[in-house]
Design a protein around this ligand. Structure first.
Ligand code: ATP
Ligand code: LTN
Length: 333
């Protein structure tokens, strides 16, 4: 039996290259060795206010983008989180095993609540519990994510262990898979800040940006007042970010990438990295994406078929959890 992977992404906007290099690229690499579930986490997205029509469109587009970026929809369970109610059911149960103190310490909660201080809702606070439910519902062994999700993964593990200590071996304790390079791509305009898909367009490279726009953004990338190309995220965040994008895009080491640019100027670095991103990521994804989005029937079929597969996998675990905590199961359904 293959081990299980679960990962997901919020349909908050169009994914950016950080999402690709930190997460989707590894999903692609791991897909043949695992039974994988890749989810469009629309329930998580509403912790920040969303326009309903945009959310619907973004969710469908993200599903298409998963496929365009290389995930095989017949080999992986690619689906929409709200299409299977097991997520919310388990989330409630797990919220009774998560402490206010630990949830309050989550960096993402602190960041997002200060950014959206007009709407610090309980969903934002409980966000990591729903994420733990996503993972534990399927007995996932491995969770490939970027560096910013490490703390949430730790919490999911703690909740699983805490629950198992009370009720026996119900949950698989998941491991995070965080890549050595590409786990934290920084904004091109402000290399001290993580690149984010919900940030301003100028600060990120969206996977659907036109190739010319991508090149323009790379040419404008903030660097420093020196001339030497060297990997040192502390003192040279802009240059180091460009080297990291280049190395991860081509699947080479940072050392090799740095050696390639020995003696070059910053201008050459920027255009070479931009071109690599266009050739390796932007063009291949976009050429498949436009066909896929035209084929709504196909996408609907995938959503339907895969939500059913997720339910098949999740329901037996959910039932075990309900039995364990003392619910009356089996007499109604
Ligand atoms: P938002 O701006 O809506 O919070 P985001 O761009 O931060 O979005 P998420 O949907 O939160 O993206 O993350 C999806 C996946 O991409 C996660 O595994 C996350 O760790 C990874 N990821 C997000 N940003 C980066 C980044 N800058 N570098 C590497 N990985 C990233
Ligand atoms: N919180 C994640 C998205 C997410 C996720 C998950 C990732 C929701 N549920 C389960 C891995 C496993 C984020 O990237 N913001």
């Amino acid at each position: 039996m293959k081990k299980i992977i679960f990962s997901g992404m919020q349909p908050t906007s169009v994914p950016q290259i950080g999402n690709y290099l930190g997460a989707i690229k590894n999903w692609n690499a791991l897909q043949s060795q695992y039974n994988s579930l890749y989810c469009v986490v629309d329930l998580h997205a509403i912790t920040i206010r969303q326009d309903p029509n945009e959310l619907r469109q973004n969710s469908l587009n993200l599903l298409a983008l998963y496929i365009a970026a290389g995930l095989d929809p017949d080999e992986n369970i690619i689906y929409i989180q709200s299409h299977y109610n097991g997520h919310t059911e388990l989330s409630w149960i797990l919220s009774c095993f998560a402490y206010m103190g630990e949830l309050g310490r989550m960096t993402q909660y602190k960041d997002k609540s200060s950014k959206h201080n007009e709407n610090v809702n309980a969903g934002l606070f409980n966000y990591p519990v729903l994420m733990a439910a996503d993972i534990l519902l399927f007995g996932a062994h491995l969770v490939p994510v970027g560096d910013d999700q490490k703390q949430h993964l730790e919490l999911a593990r703690d909740i699983a262990i805490r629950f198992n200590n009370v009720y026996g071996d119900i949950f698989t304790v998941p491991e995070a898979y965080i890549p050595k390079s590409g786990a934290r791509i920084m904004s091109l305009a402000n290399p001290e800040k993580k690149m984010s898909k919900s940030d301003e367009a100028a600060n990120q490279i969206s996977l659907l940006d036109a190739p010319e726009a991508v090149m323009k953004k790379f040419k404008r990338a903030v660097t420093d007042s020196e001339t030497e190309i060297r990997y040192d995220p502390e003192s040279k965040p802009g240059i180091s970010n460009l080297l990291e994008i280049y190395a991860t895009t081509l699947g080479i080491s940072i050392d090799k990438a740095t050696a390639e640019f020995a003696g070059s100027g910053y201008g050459h670095l920027k255009t070479t990295v931009g071109q690599a991103v266009v050739d390796e990521i932007i063009n291949p994804i976009q050429s498949k994406y436009s066909d896929l989005t035209k084929n709504k029937d196909y996408l609907h079929q995938i959503m339907q078929k895969n939500a059913a597969k997720a339910k098949e996998l999740g329901d037996p675990i959910l039932r075990k959890v309900k039995e364990a905590v003392g619910f009356i199961v089996g007499c109604v359904d």
